[in-house]
Design a protein around this ligand. Structure first.
Ligand code: NAD
Length: 342
């Protein structure tokens, strides 16, 4: 039971953050949300929501004051297109945010701090084949993440473990593997592959043009975890006494081509995949969930098909509204196909 526990969720205006706030409110917590923006697609459920730039030390002190627990989800991030071409911005902004957030939590006497890491910390040399061996937590070293985004996460994982051991700030560190679901970024350049494919397939459905662009040959592989499982896993990890990094994702690996086919089937539309040049990330990635099951006695339960059906339905609605409300339908279609903001 929460028993008067006051929690801070940073990044509460973002995809996972706003779903987590709703979950924590429903579980009886008093919740403060902090972000540089309000949630785009749903009301803010937090008891208190403060617009603060967490790169600033004074704002981190303000955000963490009076809090028992912190769920740190704020990050300057996006899909492969964004993280493979904005290294300096990502490293600079995320380091500032996380270094200040940890120290402010320590200064303000926060008891427990959950830092959201990523599968992007894993070394590139273990992810060179599409049919990759699932990644265990200890595979993180010797370190060689592909992008600055992963290096920053790895450094902050270590910072968190040192704050835990030396300052007694109890640290929890999930490494997410491709989280997807409704009410997340679906266009504009920061969206990730499940949302991008749902958008492109919805556009194909409404325009009758079956062509779907896919970056690379589409044989690159990943696993995908539905948002409700992610939030449940975050909460279970926060309640546990496990203070080392832990994979949080599904372990069903499939190719991007297969992902597109599943979405097309859900949408009941025939697609023609057009493979174009684009950032593909590592060749293959999957989560080894052995430790997750040992530590939490649980692993993600929602099937990919169920999660995608819910996600596609939501994105199809956004696409439909965008096309209906556009003054220039042709320009709106173009923008949606190429993920440009109108
Ligand atoms: P998101 O981009 O939807 O949410 C991040 C939020 O952080 C945004 O609302 C953004 O406005 C906010 N933010 C950015 N800069 C800020 C600043 N200076 N001050 C305050 N807030 C700021 O991303 P998400 O998918 O909800 O991811 C949440 C966390 O999970 C992040 O740490 C991310 O790196 C991690 N993660 C996500 C995934 C995934 O598949 N979504 C995978 C691995 C790790």
């Amino acid at each position: 039971m929460p028993d008067g526990t006051r929690v801070l969720v940073t990044g509460a205006g973002g995809f996972i953050g706003h779903h987590l706030v709703t979950y924590l409110k429903e579980s009886g917590y008093w919740v403060r949300g902090v972000d540089i923006k309000y949630p785009e697609f749903s009301p803010k459920d937090a008891d208190e929501f403060e617009l603060l730039d967490l790169r600033r030390w004074d704002n981190c002190l303000q955000a963490t004051r009076g809090m028992d627990e912190v769920y740190a989800l704020a990050a300057d991030m996006g899909g492969m297109g964004f993280i493979s071409s904005n290294h300096a911005q990502i490293l600079h902004n995320n380091l500032l945010m996380n270094i200040h957030s940890f120290e402010a939590a320590h200064v303000n006497g926060v008891k427990r701090f959950l830092f959201t890491s990523s599968a992007c910390i894993y070394p590139e040399y273990r992810q060179m084949e599409a049919d990759v061996i699932p990644l265990k937590e200890e595979d993180a070293y010797p370190a060689d993440p592909q992008d600055a985004y992963g290096w920053e996460k790895l450094v902050i994982e270590r910072l968190g473990m040192h704050y835990d051991k030396e300052y007694g700030l109890e640290t929890r560190i999930p490494r997410f593997h491709n989280i997807f679901g409704p009410a997340g970024t679906w266009t504009g350049g920061r969206e990730k592959v499940p949302a991008a494919l749902c958008r492109k397939i919805a556009v194909a459905k409404f325009t009758g043009n079956p062509e779907i662009d896919i970056w690379g040959d589409g044989d690159q592989t990943r696993s995908f975890c539905y948002i409700d499982d992610c939030v449940t896993g975050i909460f279970k990890l926060m309640q546990s006494d496990y203070n080392e990094p832990l994979n949080l994702g599904q372990d069903r690996m499939l190719s991007i081509n297969e992902l597109a086919d599943i979405i097309a089937e859900i949408a009941e539309v025939k697609i023609k995949k057009v493979h174009i040049e684009g950032p593909e990330g590592v060749r293959g990635r999957n989560s080894d969930n052995t430790r997750l099951k040992e530590v939490l006695g649980w692993s993600p339960e929602i099937s990919l098909e169920d999660g995608l059906a819910r996600t596609y339905t939501w994105i199809e609605k956004q696409v439909k509204a965008e096309l209906e409300n556009a003054a220039d339908n042709q320009a709106a279609t173009e923008a949606l196909v190429h993920s440009k903001v109108l």
